[in-house]
Design a protein around this ligand. Structure first.
Ligand SMILES: *[C@@H]1O[C@H](CO)[C@@H](O)[C@H](O)[C@H]1NC(C)=O
Ligand SMILES: *[C@@H]1O[C@H](CO)[C@@H](O)[C@H](O)[C@H]1NC(C)=O
Ligand SMILES: *[C@@H]1O[C@H](CO)[C@@H](O)[C@H](O)[C@H]1NC(C)=O
Length: 526
């Protein structure tokens, strides 16, 4: 090796070292991602991946297969109850309001989470690790409060990750206020600004959500916590909830709604999206590069399989799509293909983020899952949505309202409705313009989501849990938060003073009369 090439190598090494964003000591991080939903796991593991790249020792416990096999973390796969095919079918095919479908999912997921901790591999992990083995617990939120007990088990600070905009419940953990007079409840599907009747509706939604959703969940949550983390060895769930140091949310204010946030709620919207796409598989790259007129990308997400859908609906989709004058990349797995057509390229897996990043993609036909919608928004690709269940219908309502695309109803899907939506979004430039304007807003930030994750996790580690960021609201009860105790106290004072004044007045009056009376009597006598 010549001196020149040696100094070049030394220089490159230096460059690599100095460009690593890691600035503190290597910490041992336990990332607990019990979801069985692959699209969620892509977001969860994106955090673990960037922390491992930054030099931390990251152990991921997951219920799916490892979604980033080349990542530098250690991946421990425990089994988990996947949401069964039967159940998925039921969710898709029952006509009902979005909230009802959402509730169904909630309770199924909750029960599945209880089983997660009982998995033999999870039990083995807990039994073979020491309490002092981890410096930080990174946990994803998916209706699994009782998993916070792991933070108590390892006696370490907890950082939470919410794959979507946090729900009311998570806001409460960091003391973020609800602001129901102008922040719409997510399930209601409303957007800001709210007029008077919408505010009435929001108020009612707020109670519906508090009582029905969280009220019904809370009992199971306590039960599962006490079962898994018995009170003779662990602090109560309420205490553990107060120990959350920081929450990352896969959301960005440019998506709305606008609301105030406490300092330990950090937005990392789009964390799963690569700032620079990976190279595409050669055959896919060829199709995209050569189709100057544009390509349509069609995927109903990673959880939906061909077998979940009704045959008649599949036929409708195929008939419409096979007649389009564009090449279509259709993610379809693993059952029999819906048909053959020269313009359709079927694959059971496609690199969605990298495809959407390609400038020739003209339209994304999607199920409206949060991950897909955000990727499409990031890359500025207009959408046609066929939402199926969970939060998909409300995500698509937002897409429509914002003008980024159109939604069609799956249950009443017809060739006409699907074709009309596709033609409109393809031919009317307003959809593309709207989503591209949003894309510019969404990307305009002081730090990328990946840099943000590394910075704030290091921050929590550096400051031993960063308790100084915690809002005092976390330690207050509902009455105190609404100042009802103060109002009550002041009312009591006003009431007491009023009573005293009235009493004193009466006394003075009576005295006055007594003083006067003798005079009258005297006068009478005279
Ligand atoms: C939670 O899971 C455990 C282990 O599978 C089970 O024994 C227990 O009955 C479950 N709890 C409830 C309330 O279902
Ligand atoms: C990473 O952390 C785990 C858990 O504390 C530990 O068992 C393992 O030895 C660590 N690995 C390295 C390379 O330090
Ligand atoms: C809260 O976290 C600290 C470490 O930051 C830990 O020592 C303590 O035991 C935890 N408390 C509870 C109630 O989990």
């Amino acid at each position: 090796m010549t001196a020149v090439s040696m100094s070049f190598v030394a220089f490159s090494v230096l460059l690599v070292l100095s460009s690593s964003p890691f600035s503190g000591e290597c910490a041992r991080i336990l990332a607990f991602f019990p979801t069985t939903i692959r699209s969620h796991q892509l977001m969860n593991c994106a955090l673990a991946k960037v922390l491992a790249e930054a030099g931390h020792n990251v152990t991921v416990i997951g219920a799916t297969t490892n979604v980033y096999p080349r990542a530098k973390y250690r991946y421990l796969r425990i089994g988990g109850l996947a949401i069964s095919n039967e159940l998925t079918k039921t969710f898709i095919n029952i006509p009902n309001m979005a909230a009802y479908k959402y509730l169904g999912v909630v309770h199924t997921v909750l029960r599945a989470h209880n089983a997660t901790l009982a998995q033999p591999k999870m039990q083995h992990f807990l039994q073979t690790s020491q309490e002092s083995d981890y410096d930080l617990l990174l946990m994803t939120y998916l209706i699994n409060d009782f998993h916070l007990g792991l933070g108590a088990h390892f006696r370490c600070p907890i950082v939470m990750f919410s794959v979507v905009e946090p729900v009311k419940k998570i806001h409460r953990w960091v003391g973020n206020s609800d602001e129901i007079s102008y922040v719409p409840i997510r399930l209601s599907g409303m957007v800001q600004p709210l007029n008077f009747f919408q505010r009435v509706k929001n108020f009612l939604w707020y109670f519906l959500e508090s009582v029905m959703l969280y009220g019904s969940m809370e009992t199971s949550m306590e039960e599962f916590y006490n079962y898994n983390f018995p009170s003779d060895r662990y602090p109560p769930l309420d205490e553990v909830r107060k120990n959350v140091s920081l929450i990352f949310t896969n959301h960005h204010f440019s998506q709305g709604p606008i609301r105030p946030n406490v300092p330990n709620l950090i937005e990392i919207g789009g964390i799963q999206i690569k700032e620079k796409p990976d190279p595409l598989p050669t055959d896919i790259a060829k199709v995209l590069d050569e189709s100057k007129e544009g390509v349509i990308y069609f995927s109903l997400g990673s959880n939906i399989k061909g077998s979940h859908l009704n045959e008649e609906k599949i036929k409708i989709m195929f008939n419409v799509i096979s007649k389009l004058p564009y090449k279509v990349l259709w993610k379809w797995s693993p059952t029999e293909l819906p048909g053959e057509s020269k313009n359709i390229i079927f694959r059971d897996w496609l690199p969605q983020d990298d495809i959407l990043a390609h400038p020739n993609v003209k339209l994304f036909i999607t199920h409206g899952g949060m991950g897909s919608v955000v990727e499409s928004q990031y890359h500025g690709v207009p959408m046609v949505g066929i939402p199926l269940f969970g939060d998909q219908p409300s995500n698509m309502v937002n897409v429509e309202r914002s003008g980024y695309g159109l939604a069609v109803d799956y249950l009443t899907l017809s060739e006409e409705s699907l074709n009309n939506a596709i033609q409109d979004v393809l031919n009317n430039p307003k959809y593309k313009e709207a989503v591209q304007t949003f894309s510019r807003l969404y990307r305009d930030r002081p730090m990328t989501p990946r840099e943000t994750v590394v910075y704030w996790v290091d921050y929590v580690l550096r400051h031993k849990g960063a308790k100084h960021m915690q809002s005092p609201a976390v330690h207050m009860n509902r009455w105190q938060l609404l100042s009802l105790d103060v109002i009550g106290f002041l009312l009591a004072i006003v009431l007491t003073i009023s009573v005293v004044i009235v009493k004193v007045c009466k006394l003075i009056c009576c005295r006055g009369r007594k003083n006067k009376l003798p005079k009258v009597e005297k006068a009478k006598k005279n």
